[in-house]
Design a protein around this ligand. Sequence first.
Ligand SMILES: [Fe+2]
Length: 516
Amino acid sequence: MDRRELFLGGLAAGASLAAFGAPFRAAASAPPFTLGVASGSPSPDGFVIWTRIAPDPAAPDGMGGVTTPAQVAWEVAEDEAMRRIVRRGSAMTTPAEAHALHVEIGGLKPDRPYWYRFTAMGEMSAIGRARTAPARGARNSRLKLAMASCAHWETGWFSAYRHMAAEDHDLTLFLGDYIYEYGNPATRTNLVRRVPMVAECRTLVEYRNRYALYRTDPDLQALHAAAPCLATWDDHEVQNDYSADFSQIGTILVEEFRARRLAAYRAFYEHMPLRPSVLANAPEMRIYGRFDYGALARITVLDGRQYRSIQPCTVGGSRRGHVAPNTCADLTDPGRSMLGMDQERWLYDGFKTGRARWNVIAQDLLVAPLAQKTTDGQPGTFTEGWSGYDANRGRMLNAIATSRLNNPVFFGGDMHAYFTADLRRNGFTGPTIATEFIGTSVTSDNAADSLASTLPDNPHIKFFDNRHHGYMTAELTPSRMETAFRVVSDRSDPRATVSTLKRYGVENGRPGAVEI
Ligand SMILES: [Fe+2]
């Protein structure tokens, strides 16, 4: 049996049925761990372990089929066989968190793997593997990351996640569009599986059940069980092209959209191995942060959605992204920000104090500028990504240069295509001060071919490919970073194979990717 069959065989029947989109009601005795396990937010002495009790992941009330709070025991061990238990405890689930658990584990040894599992209702969960970060300032010699974005349930199988799970990496980075909020349009026929809802997600119950549906996927469960993760979000965790409190639809009132966003953020928290402290300033959810891996690497996770200024250069009642003429004054307005002024200040303070050899910046969008044309052929700029927030991008790159940040490398998603880019001091010109890699989608439809025709006007883009689905890996050592663009053979094949499309090296002290 291959890994997929093993995972399918090991899962609840309900989970695999739900994976095929069939309406599914669990029996009273259905197993509780249909959504798998996860770990995240690693520190030198611990991490968060997560599960959610959901014998019926599609329950119409969003409670996963749980009617009374469940007692859940957890164990953390030094070995895969769970013989040398080093921490154990138990907790009650609550309806307020849809019976999800976020357990913060501390007091562990740095820079080593641990294994964990849960027990509830007489059943044991799968065993997950977590890993602590190296001690502060430790001279650690290697870190392997695997990164993914844009997983649309309906357009493909999550084979990319299955292959990521086998990468033997230290940390997974989710770079946005972990779910899609879309409904199930009857007009679309080229889908491999369907979501049960006709309309798009708007309420807490709907977002909860969307996350639960995704988490029934055996490949995604395998990835979460294989390594701890950090996650940022892009737009589809809430609504296509939204900005802060503003819907993409101009007639939706801020108050109405704020309630929807709150529900979506809440469901994100409930399904991610985040520390409960991210809720401390509710309704804000503080997901940006810095994660240190000894002297080798600092990973800065940015939030490009929650605090951003309203979309620039809007047309009519739509706040959707589009290519606006470069004459639109919003594009360069210094009062506008992608990150919000507080997050900007925090980021630049981190650049000043960070001394790690590599500075990985994990965020959701393409940072490099892209010269495009409007529909009537004028020089134009896409408004939705960093190019719509040019002043913020300029401040960020300037802060990198003036603080002499060691080896800044940006990783992003959103584009549904691979990009390798030099980030230049003045956008299109000037010295290269940082390196950028954008990963293609796990399954979402690829970027339009028309993007390829812009490449002659964008010589700082070293590579573009919109024909594949997959993920990225990066292996860091003190002297270099190696990044691979890993592609799956066919998103519509649940047994898709994986291969490497491109491989790049970045040398210590020399920004800019070099193809290997
Ligand atoms: Fe996407």
